[in-house]
Design a protein around this ligand. Structure first.
Ligand SMILES: C[S@@+](CC[C@H](N)C(=O)[O-])C[C@H]1O[C@@H](n2cnc3c(N)ncnc32)[C@H](O)[C@@H]1O
Ligand SMILES: Nc1nc2[nH]cc(C(=O)O)c2c(=O)[nH]1
Ligand code: SF4
Ligand SMILES: [Mg+2]
Length: 209
């Protein structure tokens, strides 16, 4: 990549854009709500069950001006979900201030592995054991969405719930390939521990992006 372009990406004035699509938020608190999704490339967290591994290598995705991303997104929806990859790999200040200037609600899906940048109306934190969230994300998260791949993940979820702010809404979401075995355990767990709620990847049942 040319140095000038790399400099713009490093400042968050351009971002490696993997894909963008208008769909229904499938997961968590806002599930069922129409939103425009922007998927930014680049992630070094390395979840073995990640359902978008194609996003990991930033260089495979074209650096795109934040202005272009915003002017397009606002045509579709006044709610924009920024996901990835790991969006906090990049400085989100410019993207979110441009979205806010267009009166868009800004939502992020993040592992929290890097410091929080940007101005967010909704932060979904989905922590990962390999690269734990930064304090800045624990403090600001609106929802905590823990992925349950095996029984040990309930313990990890409880430890993460201790770290988030008191207003944070708590979700357990089955890892997709383990859903048949994990859903019954999650159901029992939530009934026994009702501070938690169930989150499913409903877009996969609806056959939408
Ligand atoms: C692909 S990630 C991108 C955003 C960010 N890197 C993160 O992990 O939060 C979006 C959401 O999908 C979840 N996810 C990824 N793969 C999944 C899978 N196989 N089953 C269930 N949830 C999954 C993540 O935990 C996260 O909440
Ligand atoms: N419909 C839909 N809802 C989602 N919620 C979080 C997603 C993500 O990959 O970040 C996602 C996604 O990929 N599609
Ligand atoms: S942090 Fe998110 S994008 Fe990165 S590997 Fe894990 S689930 Fe995939
Ligand atoms: Mg997804």
């Amino acid at each position: 990549m040319k140095q000038e372009i790399q400099d713009l990406v490093n400042k968050g004035l351009m971002l490696p854009l993997m894909e963008e699509f208008y769909t229904i938020q499938g997961e968590g608190y806002h599930k069922g709500t129409a939103a425009y999704f922007i998927r930014i490339g680049g992630c070094d967290v390395g979840c073995h069950w990640c359902d978008v591994k194609e996003s990991w290598i930033a260089d495979l995705h074209p650096p795109t001006k934040t202005e272009t991303i915003v002017q397009n997104a606002k045509k579709y929806s006044d709610t924009v979900v920024v996901t990835g990859g790991e969006p906090l790999t990049w400085d989100m200040t410019e993207l979110t201030s441009k979205l806010k200037a267009e009166n868009c609600k800004t939502h992020i899906e993040t592992s929290g592995a890097y410091e929080l940048t940007g101005e967010w109306d909704w932060i979904c934190l989905s922590p990962k054991k390999m690269k734990l969230p930064t304090q800045s994300v624990y403090e600001k998260a609106n929802e905590l969405k823990c992925i349950i791949y095996n029984k040990d993940d309930f313990k990890f979820a409880e430890a993460q719930a201790e770290k988030v702010n008191n207003d944070c809404i708590l979700y357990l979401q089955p890892e997709w390939s383990k859903r048949d075995t994990m859903i019954p355990l999650i159901v029992d767990y939530v009934m026994a521990n009702p501070k938690w709620k169930v989150s499913l990847q409903t877009h996969k049942y609806l056959n939408i992006p």
